[in-house]
Design a protein. Structure first.
Length: 214
């Protein structure tokens, strides 16, 4: 999917610095989408909508042969705010999805951090994916854009239909993947996409935040 170059151009605009707190909330979706989210369409459109779930609300993403994402621009230091947390659930994985092939580069759910560079080809991102076949814990370069690395946080159908809480140390992941200190982060994004496989997927997201250990 040739979407990363477009995202890069979006992020070259100056992002506002965030406050120096221990927790940087992104969204819990209890009052709709927080101001600051931008929808970017690439091939068709993924429908993002706030829906009731239990005693609260969550973000539901429905994709049918399309790809669009939600981008929340926030400039912060990943060394100081190293942790990214969220909850997610998927109704299905993508049967023909394969992170190693362009034709299989679709994911029922992904949350990612973007590290913009003034020269777009040097922009990097870490994509935390619910993988279709890539084993849990493994990471590989995206088949369209090598500086976008796909990390399999979950994989396969075993936990389909279950809410899962995830926490990643983005600072350590960046150092492990790219072999150097990370630059300033520029955005956090969400995407459910099915444009390459032509399939359909439904995913739910909630409680996104960036934080540092006490």
């Amino acid at each position: 999917m040739k979407v990363f170059g477009v995202i890069v151009l979006v992020l070259l605009a100056t992002a506002a610095a965030v406050a120096d707190d221990s927790v940087l909330p992104i969204d819990d979706f209890e009052h709709g989408l927080r101001p600051g989210w931008e929808e970017k369409r690439f091939e068709g459109r993924t429908l993002y909508e706030i829906v009731p779930e239990g005693t609260g609300h969550v973000l539901r993403a429905t994709s049918q042969q399309g790809a669009s994402g939600l981008i929340y621009r926030m400039a912060y230091d990943p060394k100081r705010f190293a942790l990214l947390s969220w909850r997610w659930k998927v109704d299905n994985i993508i049967a023909s999805g394969d992170a190693t092939r362009k034709s299989g580069d679709d994911y029922a759910a992904r949350v990612y951090v973007i590290f913009p560079h003034w020269f777009p080809p040097k922009t990097r991102s870490i994509n935390y994916i619910w993988a279709n076949r890539l084993p849990q814990g493994e990471h590989i370069p995206n088949p369209f854009f090598a500086n976008a690395v796909m990390v399999a946080v979950e994989s396969g159908p075993q936990k389909v239909g279950q809410w899962l809480e995830e926490t990643r140390n983005v600072y350590e992941d960046y150092r492990r993947i790219f072999g150097e200190e990370p630059p300033e982060a520029g955005a956090v994004a969400i995407m459910t996409d099915t444009d390459n496989t032509g399939e359909a997927a439904v995913a739910y997201y909630d409680d996104l935040r960036v934080w540092r250990r006490p």
